[in-house]
Design a protein around this ligand. Structure first.
Ligand code: RB5
Length: 148
C-alpha cells in the first residue's frame, strides 16, 4: 500500500517520526511536506494530499497539524475523502472498520510519538467491514454528488 503523508509546522516533528515508522512497517510513503518548522498553512498540504488520495495516487493518507482538526476540516472538503481525526486506538480501528476512512489526521501537539505510532499501526491494519456501514457511506456519497 502506498501512503501519502503531509503536515504543517505544528505536525512536522510527528510526521517525520511517522514516516520512518510507516516505512519500517513495509509501506511505501510519499511525503508532501512541510519540510521544516517554518510556519505554513495546513490547507495547502491537506488539499494536495486529499486530492491525490481521491485520484488514487496513493491508497490512503495521513495528515498532521497541531491539533489534527484543521487538517481534518480541510481534507473532508475534497470529494471522496473520509478523513478521521483519531487520538485513541479504538477510534482508529473503527474509523476503518465502520467509516472506511481513507485519511487519518493527528495532532502533533496532542499525542506523543508512542501513541501516534500505535494509532497509525491499527488504522493501517484494520479493514472496512462493509454491509450496513457501506449503506451509510453510500448516503454520504449521494449527498456529495448532489451538493449545491
Ligand atoms: C498552527 O498553529 C495550528 O493552528 C495548526 O497546526 C492546526 O492545529 C490547525 O488546526
Amino acid at each position: 500500500m502506498k501512503l501519502l503523508i503531509g503536515s504543517d509546522h505544528g505536525g512536522f516533528e510527528l510526521k517525520e517520526d511517522l514516516k520512518i515508522f510507516i516505512q519500517e512497517l513495509g509501506y511505501e510513503v510519499k511525503d508532501y511536506g512541510t519540510y521544516d518548522v517554518q510556519s505554513c498553512d495546513y490547507p495547502d498540504v491537506a488539499f494536495q494530499v486529499a486530492e491525490d488520495v481521491a485520484k488514487g495516487e496513493g491508497e490512503r493518507g495521513i495528515l498532521v497539524c497541531g491539533t489534527g482538526i484543521g487538517m481534518s476540516i480541510a481534507a473532508n472538503k475534497v470529494k471522496g475523502i473520509r478523513a478521521s481525526l483519531c487520538h485513541d486506538t479504538f477510534s482508529a480501528r473503527f474509523a476503518r472498520e465502520h467509516n472506511d476512512a481513507n485519511i487519518l489526521t493527528l495532532g502533533g501537539r496532542v499525542v506523543g510519538k508512542g501513541l501516534a505510532r500505535e494509532i497509525v499501526r491499527i488504522w493501517l491494519e484494520a479493514n472496512f467491514t462493509g454491509e450496513r456501514h457501506a449503506r451509510r457511506l453510500n448516503k454520504i456519497e449521494e449527498y456529495e454528488k448532489n451538493e449545491r
